[in-house]
Design a protein around this ligand. Structure first.
Ligand code: 13P
Ligand code: SF4
Length: 321
């Protein structure tokens, strides 16, 4: 505890010294989220993280999240220094969507609008017509349907399938998934609901179709957080990364939040609903990235890639403004 306090104090000093602001995703460690909060930074979903960073006057953005979030910040704010505790914080959706293969897939269907999830590399974004996050994907696809567009969707097949069912859009789906959300099990949730009959089930749409089907509310992290505050239930079964519990509990101290069961649950892994890459954002790594930033910390996006990926990103920000 003493060591944790010392590390936190060091981060505070360094943020100040470097004229930096800390932006953390809801899936990061509660200690990191609390630090962002108390130092005038921000805790948010991937859409609002991007917007906050581009509007904040600090000359350095410290992005506690995964690499695509740092890249997005850099694309939107090229004049700022963008640091991350480690650029090795990946995302299975990004890793599962290499630009060459995705681009070839798009080339086979030139008549379709290319819509990609924010959880992708700058190169994949540069190949897209639209970028979306889970907060705005439904609205943007509906907007495209109003224009009679047919869609190529990448990389999350579960989010894509959810949106397809909701909107009836004509979508070709890339075969990607999130290693955290794909582990949730509908049967486990139904069993748990028998124990807590008054619980509402909150599900992130990166989860498999069967899990989405047993949900009371389906939405992005910020939408689930809002639902946890607004619904009258006193108990919630939550199918998303457990990092979100920090904000849910803070907003509703009298309510109970229970992790949705995952397939991987066993004696050695009691709580699997946590992204291993988000977990790389430790206090030690935060201190290191501010104290002595190296290649592993500094986000760079090649200029031509930046210009091309900015276009579909900016469309998303304008659409959701
Ligand atoms: P949102 O915060 O946009 O809901 O995204 C979830 C996610 O998986 C980010 O890694
Ligand atoms: Fe990617 Fe899933 Fe981790 Fe989010 S939780 S960063 S989607 S692997």
């Amino acid at each position: 505890a003493e060591r944790e306090e010392a590390l936190k104090e060091r981060v505070r000093q360094l943020l100040d010294r470097e004229n930096a602001v800390l932006v953390a995703h809801y899936y990061t460690d509660p200690v990191v989220q609390a630090l962002a909060e108390e130092t005038g930074g921000f805790i948010a979903d991937s859409l609002e993280m991007a917007r906050f960073g581009s509007r904040h006057p600090a000359s350095t953005l410290v992005v506690a999240g995964v690499r695509f979030m740092g890249e997005t910040s850099k694309i939107l704010s090229p004049e700022k220094r963008v640091l991350m505790p480690t650029l090795e914080a990946e995302c299975s959706l990004d890793l599962g969507c290499p630009v060459d293969e995705f681009s070839a897939f798009c080339d086979q269907h030139p008549d379709r609008v290319v819509v990609v999830y924010a959880n992708t590399s700058a190169a994949v974004k540069a190949r897209a017509d639209w970028v979306v996050t889970s907060s705005c994907a439904l609205d943007i696809v509906e907007h495209l349907m109003d224009q009679d567009k047919r869609i190529i969707w990448g990389p999350d097949k579960y989010l894509g399938s959810y949106i397809q069912k909701q909107t009836g859009a004509d979508m070709l789906l890339w075969n990607g998934s999130c290693i955290v959300h794909e582990e949730f099990k509908a049967k486990g949730i139904v069993d748990l609901k028998r124990v807590y009959p008054n619980a509402a089930v909150l599900v992130h749409p990166e989860s498999p179709d069967a899990v989405v089907e047993v949900a009371d509310v389906v939405g992005s992290t910020s939408q689930l957080l809002k639902a946890s505050q607004e619904l009258p239930n006193d108990t919630f079964i939550v199918a998303t990364d457990r990092g979100i519990f920090y904000k849910m509990q803070q907003a509703s101290p009298d309510k109970s939040f229970i992790e949705a069961p995952t397939a991987g649950e066993s004696a050695t892994c009691k709580s699997c609903a946590h992204c291993p890459w988000m977990a790389m954002n430790t206090l030690e790594a935060l201190v290191q990235c501010l104290e002595n930033p190296g290649e592993i910390n500094t986000v760079e996006v090649d200029d031509s890639l930046r210009v091309r990926s900015l276009e579909p990103l900016q469309k998303m920000l304008d659409f959701t403004a």
